[in-house]
Design a protein around this ligand. Sequence first.
Ligand code: SAM
Length: 176
Amino acid sequence: MKPFCTSEIKQFWDDFSDKYQQNIESHTIPINFELYSLTQAHRAESIIETGVGAGAAAHMFSTGLMSPSSSFVSTDISEAMIDKFLHKFKTTGYNGDDISIEKFDNKSSEKLTVDFLRGVGNKGKRCIRVGTSDSEALPFEDHQFDVYIANFSLNIVDDYMKMLSEARRVSIEINQ
Ligand SMILES: C[S@@+](CC[C@H](N)C(=O)[O-])C[C@H]1O[C@@H](n2cnc3c(N)ncnc32)[C@H](O)[C@@H]1O
């Protein structure tokens, strides 16, 4: 029997999001940047970060280091965390000529591609797309992302093997 169902996990993180942002998030930023560095995310064309939380590190990375013309898709199971992520962009401001940021909807059963999320008319821009998704069942087509990031997340999902299998599925295949 599962200890928690998805709606309970969602509820927990929604309720905890304020405290998380106030007391914990700033401590996770250095590790997040270690991951961007280890994966050479600044050189990638398409990045996914799952369990992104309120997105302090993602905000700094995407507005500062991320390569122009690249896409950064950020997901979290908690709507409250995603709202906080978007709020950061609204309150800090950004150059709309350089950055396109939008919330994506994954209600349809069709899996999404990075090209679809980027849309037309965003040529040359850093493209940030944010939405709710369970890391154990991502709503993306196979092999969409050059870089997959998850910080302080694998340890808290219900089934980490499912999360790893999804990470592999949505990542590009490297021929060795
Ligand atoms: C410990 S926080 C880490 C947040 C962020 N990565 C950071 O380093 O500050 C874990 C995050 O994972 C999210 N989360 C928990 N279970 C999840 C799941 N199954 N799928 C996606 N996100 C999940 C939570 O809502 C929370 O934002």
